[in-house]
Design a binder for this molecule. Structure first.
Ligand SMILES: NC(=O)c1ccc[n+]([C@@H]2O[C@H](COP(=O)([O-])OP(=O)(O)OC[C@H]3O[C@@H](n4cnc5c(N)ncnc54)[C@H](OP(=O)(O)O)[C@@H]3O)[C@@H](O)[C@H]2O)c1
Length: 306
């Protein structure tokens, strides 16, 4: 048996231990492909649910690579491909690099990374290290983390894109305090991608930022769909309203995701998890009917009263 078969078998064993069999997955996802949306101005489409990998990658030192490998396989088995990373610890990043290059994953992932350094040379060193640890000459997407050293790093990113070291470039924010700076950057530079926080509990981006991205033709990746977990704390033991089943919503996680996804500006929503069953549950939000405007207003009212 090859290593690849072993990892697949381990993955299925893990899903089974979680109460999800390969047959369940096949039944859940065989009916249709995960819906995807076009990167504006290209012929490339991305599945609408992705993985934010910070938590399972940062846990590699304590928990090994099994959780991140299982979550990535759950993402791919669900029809997803986008994995967002933030290089920080060379040992963990090297292990992550090994996993994303497993034969069954290598061609299935759209890998987005970040630069969070100050200074041209520091940014370049970080990018080269990411190329080496991820074993990729070409990244799919490189983003400037939280607009850090924006002007300098943007020149770096444009050079890397021009020389074929990354296919797309962009910038991230996760806090409304950066929206003004982001807006002038978007108007000035029209990046390929922007990553921004948006959810049923953090709705600020829907006023100006999402319509602006749509007007400018910038692809949008969403972060913090669950406020890094605070959303679930806020809901406590409350039950999902019965009427959410009308738009195929089975859980509070899907409730937030199905609020986010109808926004036409959005290309992909990242959900961070180290639990493969949560990855499957989150991916299922991409399927079935989405709520209409009046249902989304009703959803907001539920969350605002929680
Ligand atoms: N400035 C930036 O560039 C920036 C900032 C923040 C985030 N991000 C990106 O966005 C990604 C996601 O945002 P976030 O980090 O704020 O995380 P998030 O997706 O809003 O929340 C993650 C938390 O929700 C839990 N969770 C996930 N699915 C669940 C489910 N179905 N049921 C119950 N709990 C669930 C996870 O715990 P379990 O592990 O137990 O599932 C985790 O604790 C990050 O990984 C990163 O890639 C970027």
């Amino acid at each position: 048996m090859t290593g690849n078969n072993t990892t697949r078998r381990d993955f299925l064993a893990l899903m089974s231990a979680l109460g999800l069999t390969g047959a369940d997955l096949a039944e859940s996802f065989a009916q249709e492909q995960m819906p995807s949306r076009e990167i504006p101005g290209t012929n490339e489409w991305l599945p609408i649910i992705g993985l934010g990998s910070s938590k399972p990658v940062s846990q590699i030192a304590d928990r090994g690579t099994e959780p991140i490998a299982a979550v990535l396989r759950a993402l791919v088995a669900s029809g997803g491909s986008v994995v967002d990373t933030w290089p920080r610890n060379p040992a963990n990043d090297e292990a992550f690099g090994r996993i994303i290059n497993e034969p069954d994953l290598r061609e299935s992932l759209f890998v987005a990374s970040k630069i969070d350094k100050v200074g041209k040379d520091a940014g370049l060193r970080q990018f080269r290290q990411t190329q080496r640890l991820y074993q990729r000459e070409t990244l799919d997407l490189v983003q400037i983390f939280s607009l850090t050293d924006l002007d300098t790093q943007w020149r770096n990113l444009k050079d890397w894109k021009a020389s074929g070291k990354t296919r797309y470039i962009g910038a991230t924010v996760a806090n409304a305090s950066l929206y003004e700076q982001l807006e002038s950057f978007l108007r000035r530079e029209r990046p390929d991608f922007v990553q921004i926080n948006y959810s049923i509990t953090e709705r600020g981006a829907e006023e100006r930022m999402l319509p602006l991205c749509q007007d400018l033709g910038v692809a949008v990746i969403i972060n913090r769909p669950f406020m890094n977990g605070d959303y679930f704390q806020r809901l406590g033991q409350r039950r999902v309203p019965g009427w959410a089943a009308d738009f195929d919503c089975e859980s509070w996680a899907q409730f937030s995701l199905k609020y986010i996804l109808p926004q036409p500006a959005i290309t992909c929503v990242l959900t961070e998890t180290s639990n493969p069953a949560h990855m499957v549950e989150n991916s299922r939000a991409a399927f079935g009917r989405m709520p209409d405007d009046s249902e989304r207003n009703r959803m907001k009212a539920v969350i605002d009263q929680a």
